[in-house]
Design a protein around this ligand. Structure first.
Ligand SMILES: *Cc1c(COP(=O)(O)O)cnc(C)c1O
Length: 389
């Protein structure tokens, strides 16, 4: 009871700060149109960029292996959890990312924490972009190396901090490939150049870029034609399933298998999910069509909103942040969207800087032109109604 009193006091503070979170229940499979809390909504906030999460071919692949291998994997990869399907998927990821080898983790979060807590040592330094994902921040916290934060995609600042870091044994630069709140693409070509100049290693977390950027959907490395030392990714966004991975040299993978605690002490992914992920990567590699549909939707939404007079941040990625400014206005805007059957959240400080509250839209390849047009109509009418355009 004493614990609850204290927790409730703390929750009150969370509420006062406007940071209280709660569930919304999805009553249907992940599709562009869903029933949420009992109401039909067109969803413009999912990470399922290629519509694969509910794809028949993935469901079939998972189902077949599910009957053969059962539901759980029964152990960590180094005990009883390793199957042919884990190996097949790792080989597939390595081919997809054009690296020597790959290693599965149970999530992208655990992959980031595993790499950052094991690779850099005491006496090393990690240079981390200001807007990096929470799992990168936590990985840095667990590392024995020092962490230095540089301003978001600010290459001048990164260079200065690299210069200041020359006395460390080793330098690691860690960056998201595509930034989840801003839709910006990290300038990986420039980062690789600086890394070469100042003798640093590059770790890129390609969670939002895998399956999306590059001719084959290979991610930020393919987009820039570069080869970072460590590529981290997730299967839970465009790939449409679950799990994380690291791709890189054979030595890197062997090292992580022996030293990354979030790999060693974690139950292996279910083989059925490996099979579904394998099927997803085949689809991603073989068909450009879904990516073309995705990018035509992205361009349509982005250009139309800019024409209407909105400030839209970011590069050409599925993440489209529409800047509203004031927090209350952004919340009001999101409510009006929801009343009109559109589900897209308001993002406020401290997740984003003061005065940059926004509606964070994501589009995917399965949104129909009717759904896209309806979204744009709503942005037009709500923007006028709230005097924003
Ligand atoms: C979503 C995300 C992760 C976490 O991946 P999960 O597989 O969901 O754990 C890590 N990094 C970035 C940049 C992400 O957007």
């Amino acid at each position: 009871m004493v614990l609850d009193n204290w927790l409730n006091q703390r929750l009150e503070k969370t509420k006062e700060a406007g940071l209280y979170r709660k569930f919304r229940t999805m009553n249907t499979a992940p599709l562009p149109e869903m029933v949420i809390d009992g109401r039909k909504q067109i969803v413009f906030s999912a990470n399922n960029y290629l519509g694969l999460a509910n794809d028949e071919r993935l469901i079939y692949a998972a189902e077949t292996v599910l009957h053969e291998f059962g539901v759980g994997s029964s152990g960590s990869r180094l005990t009883t959890g390793h199957t042919d399907w884990h190996q097949k998927l790792e080989e597939k990821i390595a081919r997809f990312k054009r690296t020597q080898a790959a290693l599965l983790f149970s999530s992208g979060f655990l992959a980031n924490v595993g790499v950052l807590s094991s690779l850099p040592e005491k006496g090393d330094v990690i240079l981390s972009d200001q807007y990096n994902h929470a799992s990168i921040i936590d990985g840095c916290r667990l590392s024995k190396a020092d962490t230095v934060v540089y301003n978001h995609i600010d290459m001048k600042d990164l260079e200065e901090k690299l210069k200041e870091a020359l006395s460390y044994n080793r330098r690691f630069i860690v960056t998201d490939g595509v930034y989840s709140m801003d839709g910006t693409i990290a300038p990986l070509d420039q980062i690789m150049g600086l890394a070469k100049q100042y003798d640093a290693y590059v770790i890129v977390d390609d969670a939002h870029a895998t399956g999306v950027l590059g001719e084959r959907g290979g991610g930020t490395s393919e987009y820039f034609g570069v080869h970072p030392d460590v590529v981290i990714g997730t299967l839970s966004k465009a790939v449409g399933t679950e799990g994380g991975f690291v791709a890189g040299s054979t030595a890197l993978i062997d090292f992580l298998l022996n030293h990354a605690r979030t790999f060693i002490f974690q139950t292996a992914m279910p083989p059925s999910i490996c099979a579904a992920s394998y099927a997803a990567l085949e689809i991603i590699e073989e068909s450009k069509e879904k990516r073309q549909l995705l990018f035509s939707n992205i361009k349509k939404v982005k250009n139309s909103l800019i024409e209407m007079g909105y400030t839209v941040k970011g590069d050409l990625t599925p993440i489209i942040p529409v800047i509203i400014g004031d927090s209350q206005d952004a919340v009001r805007f999101a409510e009006r969207l929801q009343e009109n059957g559109i589900y897209a959240p308001a993002i406020r400080p401290p997740t984003v800087p003061n005065g940059e509250s926004r509606i964070r839209l994501t589009v995917n390849s399965d949104h129909s032109s009717e759904q896209i047009n309806y979204l744009l109509e709503c942005f037009h009418s709500i923007g006028k109604e709230l005097n924003m355009i």
